[in-house]
Design a protein around this ligand. Structure first.
Ligand code: NAD
Length: 298
């Protein structure tokens, strides 16, 4: 049994930390949201109002936070993880954040004598609940190996991506491809409907044909086709438009830095931004489907 501190108990952090509890670890959780803490308690996580208390005795610290700015706030400064955690703790950031912030956290952790890995994940909340996430882990080989032992109950696949920050690089490119596939599902589902196809009949064809993708299998944006799709639940977020726009923006930033043109990613980023501007930032990113429909009706 390992004593694990988990900071950020949201859509992903909740089911991921629950899998560590089920694996027999002591999990000490903290979140700024009282609702998130209550939901984590229901899963057997011990919760603490202060991060300092949650970090007591930590052998491993996981963070699962929305954006780079949250990761900076949690790790850095006098009241951050690097100031408060036991020096022997292994630090694992599973948030999806920009590479620059990830490298800053690596540097700050190393200077303070900690081991740190960037370890973002893919697989959505369904993969988090099932313990079948893909982890992309960047950092020193020994630290990646040590983190992998703890990650194992949450993962189907753990990939050592290389040096510090490469986990985030892999995740940013992966998500850019996901959003482009989601846009394909959005446009495809609306066009199939307007051509008079039964949505289930069309999905059955695409899912065993060349139109298949993770987005089609998991997020298909038509109610009643795929169990895990937000479309079944009035587009309540499984992955919010705000977080998706953040990830699409990270890809565009990487494209600018490397001189790579990304017109398809630009289009999806615009649609996600439009959702936010119209007040749907907390809804699921698959709601971009409404922009494919001429009358906005899905
Ligand atoms: P979320 O917003 O549901 O959860 C984030 C949690 O962090 C919230 O509960 C929030 O209250 C908490 N938090 C914010 N600031 C904090 C602080 N200073 N101290 C403690 N807690 C704090 O987001 P999520 O969907 O769980 O995503 C988390 C990360 O994982 C994001 O970077 C996201 O891009 C990535 N991700 C999400 C999915 C998905 O399908 N939802 C899949 C893979 C990766």
């Amino acid at each position: 049994m390992t004593t694990i501190t988990w900071i950020g108990l949201g859509h992903m952090g909740n089911p991921m930390s629950a899998n560590l509890v089920r694996a027999g670890h002591e999990v000490r959780g903290h979140d700024v949201s009282a609702d998130a803490m209550a939901a984590a308690r229901d899963q057997g996580v011990q919760t603490f109002d202060s991060m300092e208390e949650a970090l007591q005795g930590a052998e491993v610290v996981f963070t699962m936070l929305p954006k780079g700015e949250h990761a900076r706030a949690v790790y850095l400064g006098d009241t951050g993880v690097i100031a408060l955690a036991p020096k022997s703790a292994l630090l694992v950031d599973s948030s999806t954040i920009d590479v620059e912030t990830a490298l800053e956290l690596h540097r700050a952790a190393r200077e303070a004598g900690f081991r740190f890995v960037d370890a973002p994940v893919s697989g959505g909340i369904s993969g988090a609940a099932a313990g079948t996430l893909t982890f992309m882990v960047g950092g020193e080989a020994d630290d990646v190996a040590a983190a992998s032992a703890c990650i194992e109950p949450m993962a189907r696949k753990i990939v050592a991506t290389g040096e510090a920050g490469t986990g985030q690089s892999a995740k940013i490119v992966n998500n850019m491809m996901l959003f482009i596939c989601l846009e394909a599902c959005a446009e495809g589902s609306v066009l199939a409907d307007r051509l008079g196809l039964d949505p289930k009949v069309f999905w059955d064809i695409a899912s065993v044909s060349s139109g298949n993708s993770w987005a089609l299998q998991t997020w298909y944006p038509v109610p009643g086709i795929v169990d895990s799709a937000a479309a079944n639940n009035n587009f309540e977020a499984t992955f919010s438009a705000t977080l998706a726009a953040k990830d699409a923006g990270l890809a565009l930033m990487a494209g600018e830095q490397t001189g790579v043109r990304l017109p398809a990613a630009e289009l999806v980023a615009e649609r996600l931004q439009q959702l936010i501007e119209e007040g749907y930032g907390d809804k699921d990113c698959s709601l971009i489907t409404k922009y494919a429909a001429p009358d906005g009706k899905i």
